[in-house]
Design a protein around this ligand. Structure first.
Ligand SMILES: [Cu+2]
Length: 483
């Protein structure tokens, strides 16, 4: 084995030290230890932080992606084969500070680590099942031998608890892929088992539709049904999920997407929820440059600001970050930009319930009624919520409460971000005179169209001079028969 090959064991240290130091961290002893092992030692990561891009130290070079609140799984080269080791296991995922979910995932996390390879790579993935039930991993979107497709019962026997299987195939097609269970699929996906797979092009300049990006982000859309105060998702929920997340994180705990002014940005998104998500970006237009099927020819793209992503789909959005500021980036199903909420709460807008509240608070001192003027009060107040959940509307911006949760992040475009710097640059400082402002002028009574009775004059009373309006009256209904 090549002594410069990154050691799986040593990469733990490199996570602490930052990107690009994997090879430097290899010691002779760790290499020889791994070289002896038939199966690479699994790398486990338990923190929910966005890890810096994993610069490849072996195999073909490529421009690595950055996984939002996630990481890329290190590999080892073994006689020309790229070897990864996934461990399917119960995990604890911090979905936001103070809110921990008991999920199933891979290598310490839900989602599991991103797998990055290069077109043409021969890949061997060891999958060890540490779940209490059987498992199989499907490599969603890949061209591969049928027996490597990972559909339990159909293309392979399932992996029993405690067992390890190997999948082996050549990554034939560049693009954005996912992996997820295909054994007890619904339950295991509802529990958080999923990950991204990126196959980088072998010849970036000769790959139709592909253009290198300065920043290449990726994440999965996922959803859970976790009752406030509980830890484990309800696995039989079909559509009425209450936690809408990106990579099992909810706003404001989803890391932002910083970009340097002028950067070419790519955002790869995969949807493993049970519904579609119209993903909307403020301040910029993008094109869908890649789909499940690969890179879209430039002539077949169109500009848009919202891309709908259906269950099972992958989309790669691309644009140039030409506008400075903090731009909201979110799902446009607005109940997906909220955290757990009581759907059965009646609408109270316009209802004066002050007298009722007085009587109830005599019995229940903490009782609070919401929504008389809308729900905006909820974003401002820090009302007591049950243990282990996320406030429905939360997040503080530089001007006050952001009143959002769930599937929201920020594209933060700045002049002075260094290439390779993915840290939060802090709130945008708006130039003088470029922020919406309060007007302290008296407001005149608005002119309104009035609802008129039948006997009064028609709504539009004036016709332009020299224009004769001719009205053709219907000639009776008989002429319409036969249409
Ligand atoms: Cu959505």
């Amino acid at each position: 084995m090549n002594p410069t090959t990154p050691s799986i064991a040593s990469t733990r240290r490199s996570f602490l030290g930052g990107a690009g130091v994997i090879a430097a961290a290899v010691t002779a002893s760790s290499v020889s230890k791994v070289a002896l092992a038939a199966i690479p030692e699994p790398v486990i990561q338990t923190k929910p932080d966005t890890m810096p891009p994993l610069i490849p130290q072996s195999g073909r070079p490529y421009n690595p992606v950055v996984t939002l609140n996630g990481w890329t799984l290190p590999w080892r080269m073994n006689q020309g084969v790229k070897e990864f080791h996934l461990v399917a296991e119960p995990v604890v995922r911090e979905m936001s500070p103070g809110f921990k979910a008991h999920l199933w995932g891979y290598n310490g996390q839900s989602p599991g680590p991103t797998i990055e390879v290069v077109e043409g790579d021969r890949v061997r993935i060891y999958v060890t099942n540490k779940l209490p039930e059987h498992h199989a991993v499907h490599w969603h979107g890949q061209r591969l031998p049928n027996g490597m497709d990972g559909v339990g019962g159909l293309t392979q026997p399932t992996i029993a608890p405690g067992k390890t299987f190997a999948y082996e195939f050549v990554a034939r097609r560049p693009g954005t892929f996912m992996y997820h269970p295909h054994a007890d699929d619904m339950l295991q996906t509802a529990m958080g088992m999923m990950g991204m797979w990126i196959t980088h092009p072998k010849n970036p300049n000769q790959t139709p539709g592909y253009k290198a990006a300065d920043r290449d982000y990726c994440f999965l859309l996922n959803a859970y049904d976790i009752d406030p105060g509980s830890y484990t998702p309800k696995v039989n929920t079909m559509l009425d999920f209450n936690i809408w997340s990106w990579n099992s994180r909810v706003f404001p705990a989803i890391d932002p997407l910083p970009a340097r002014l002028g950067d070419r940005v790519r955002i790869r998104i995969g949807n493993l929820t049970m519904t579609n998500h119209p993903i909307h970006l403020h301040g910029h237009e993008f094109v869908v440059a890649g789909t499940d099927g690969g890179w879209v020819p430039p002539s077949a793209r169109w500009p848009e600001v919202t891309a709908d992503i259906a269950p099972g789909q992958m989309r790669a959005l691309e644009f140039e970050a030409t506008e400075l500021g903090d731009w909201a980036f979110h799902c446009h199903k607005l109940h997906h930009t909220m955290n757990a909420m009581g759907h059965s709460v009646p609408t109270m807008i316009g209802v004066d319930h002050s007298k009722v509240v007085k009587s109830i608070t005599k019995l229940i001192p903490d009782y609070m009624v919401m929504g008389e003027r809308g729900m905006a009060d909820m974003g401002e107040m820090t009302m007591p919520i049950p243990d282990n959940t996320a406030p429905m509307m939360t997040g503080q911006g530089p001007f006050g409460a952001a009143e959002m949760g769930g599937m929201v992040s920020l594209l933060m475009v700045r002049k002075d971000i260094k290439p390779g710097d993915y840290s939060n640059p802090g709130w945008y400082k708006h130039p003088e005179g470029t922020v919406a402002y309060e007007v302290n002028e008296p407001v005149a009574d608005p002119l309104r169209f009035k609802a008129e009775s039948k006997s009064s004059k028609p709504l539009i009373q004036q016709k332009p001079a020299n224009t004769e309006v001719k009205i053709r009256k219907p000639q009776g209904t008989s002429s319409h028969t036969g249409h």
